[in-house]
Design a protein around this ligand. Sequence first.
Ligand SMILES: NC(=O)c1ccc[n+]([C@@H]2O[C@H](COP(=O)([O-])OP(=O)(O)OC[C@H]3O[C@@H](n4cnc5c(N)ncnc54)[C@H](OP(=O)(O)O)[C@@H]3O)[C@@H](O)[C@H]2O)c1
Length: 208
Amino acid sequence: MIITARNPERVHHAGRELGASIAAFDATDFDRLARFFDELPAPIDHIQVTGPGPHDVPLAKFDLDEARRELDAHLLLPLQVAREAAGKVRPGGTLLFTGCTARGPTGEGRTFISALTAGLSAVTKSLAYELAPVRVNLIAAGFVDTPLSEAVLGDRMDARREQLRSTLPIGRVIGPADIAALAVHLMTNTAVTGGTFDIDGGQQLVEG
Ligand SMILES: NC(=O)c1ccc[n+]([C@@H]2O[C@H](COP(=O)([O-])OP(=O)(O)OC[C@H]3O[C@@H](n4cnc5c(N)ncnc54)[C@H](OP(=O)(O)O)[C@@H]3O)[C@@H](O)[C@H]2O)c1
């Protein structure tokens, strides 16, 4: 197993904890990403792309340069990984992307993100056809209790957790382990490809 992220100290710590190899680089630096794949021994069993979180931007503050960075992170990064992975992932292995539920990114500030979310689902379908017999799937998450959520919500995080506990049909907040369990399922269930898999504890049922 190899895990990657930008911060060398954090990724080193995670690698030690998991007994995994590590590589520290910015995945949206596509030249560096290509070098990473060049140096990987083949065949690869599975690749999971998580990475940068999107930012809500109201139309009045929409900035083209920022939008291009979001495009890099949420649509071009998965496509670049797919290009690099083609021919390296073993038949029946997987490419697994991470995005938001389609219902989630609506509302003020989410116009561009909702386009990226829909786009990633479409890209997943097309790649499942184009890269077969490698399987390609998308995990579409609702709220997950991660450092990204903490960074976005700040001191409103505890109130949000409490609200979700009292309103979600599952009666608890989704954590990284729930996402990991779905990822392992999608990696190992060889019947599944081209799909977008919502995991939100029923958030769309109660929040619309
Ligand atoms: N949390 C949620 O509620 C939620 C809901 C729906 C979808 N998602 C999606 O799930 C994905 C992961 O979210 P998360 O909540 O786990 O975020 P997170 O807590 O911020 O973790 C993201 C991880 O990716 C690494 N990373 C970020 N940018 C990177 C880059 N440019 N190059 C390489 N590594 C990078 C980070 O480490 P470094 O900072 O060291 O690089 C960190 O290890 C995101 O795409 C997010 O949009 C999250």
